[in-house]
Design a protein around this ligand. Structure first.
Ligand SMILES: NC(=O)c1ccc[n+]([C@@H]2O[C@H](COP(=O)([O-])OP(=O)(O)OC[C@H]3O[C@@H](n4cnc5c(N)ncnc54)[C@H](O)[C@@H]3O)[C@@H](O)[C@H]2O)c1
Length: 271
């Protein structure tokens, strides 16, 4: 039987995923959808054929027939729902991966998933090359560095910038330099990629992150530098923002779809 999916979060990423399922790009059925914002849920449901069931509460998701729940909402959603989803015997795909850099939460999710014989999936998101980083990290890795450069409109509103006055957004400037653990707290909607890179590589404390605001660009640029016993590699992504959310790269939504295709397919390509 085809995989049955429930979706939490009907924003930019959720919509693209839902459309891929209902149009048959992914061999699965979209059982039900949920969002705190009921207008978003209604709008998405009415644009899909077949129309998924709308969940009025998160608990409706737990009671659904879905085998896999896709989170495309927020770090807060992961903290509030992830363990309950796994506890209900459903696998979980997480887009707000920054939440997983909280060690206690991650440990609990791992333990519950193991106990219930279900899985947590973290798509590569807005970057690629995680296969090489995972392979490299089997050996010794000395450095993993991410430099993310975005247009100011993609960065404004981040908690790290609250109360900061006098920033000259017309100039290119470095907004953050530190590790991935802190970066996902200070810029929760902007550097989920740093979390995926940290989990695939050397962890939240050793992965270094620099966030740059540049009014002269329209893309979200992610540059990843890795150095280890294997040698060195560099990845550079020049992503176009999603039309519905400038903070989100379209590639992140496509990566979620690619993961769902892999899970629902009988052939797997690549590591
Ligand atoms: N992994 C990656 O590389 C990557 C890349 C981009 C975005 N993201 C993350 O994916 C998530 C979704 O991104 P998006 O661009 O679709 O965001 P969006 O703001 O367009 O949509 C998010 C939707 O989730 C809903 N929501 C938020 N918290 C909720 C909760 N607790 N319960 C139910 N619904 C809730 C909102 O109402 C909104 O409709 C964000 O957390 C974003 O930071 C990850």
């Amino acid at each position: 039987m085809a995989m049955r999916i429930a979706l939490i979060g009907c924003g930019a990423i959720g919509r693209v995923i839902a459309e891929a399922i209902s149009s048959g790009v992914v061999d699965a059925s979209l059982e039900c959808i949920y969002d705190l914002n009921t207008e978003s849920t209604q709008r998405l449901a009415s644009s899909l054929e077949p129309r998924p069931r709308i969940c009025q509460t998160f608990e409706d998701i737990l009671g659904s027939k879905a085998d896999l729940v896709v989170e495309a909402a927020s770090q807060a959603a992961v903290k509030a729902y992830a363990e309950k989803v796994l506890g209900a015997g459903k696998s979980l795909m997480i887009m707000s991966v920054g939440a997983l850099l909280e060690d206690e939460l991650f440990r609990n999710l791992r333990a519950t998933a193991k106990k219930k014989k279900v899985k947590v999936y973290v798509p590569s998101g807005a970057v690629g090359g995680l296969d090489a980083l995972k392979s490299a990290s089997i050996g010794k890795v000395y450095e993993v560095k991410l430099i993310t450069t975005k247009h100011p409109r993609s960065l404004k509103g981040a908690p790290a910038l609250e109360g900061l006055e006098g920033l000259d957004w017309d100039k290119k400037m470095v907004l953050y330099e530190g590790n991935a653990r802190e970066a996902v707290k200070k810029f929760p909607a902007n550097v989920n990629v740093s979390a995926a890179i940290a989990l695939a590589g050397v962890g939240a404390d050793k992965t270094t992150v620099k966030i740059v605001s540049d009014p002269g660009i329209k893309e979200n640029i992610h540059e990843v530098y890795v150095r280890g016993d294997f040698g060195a590699c560099t990845f550079r992504f020049k992503n176009l923002p999603s039309p519905d959310n400038p903070r989100t790269s379209l590639l992140a939504a496509l990566s979620a779809i690619a993961t769902l295709k892999r899970l629902s397919s009988s052939v797997e390509v690549g590591t």
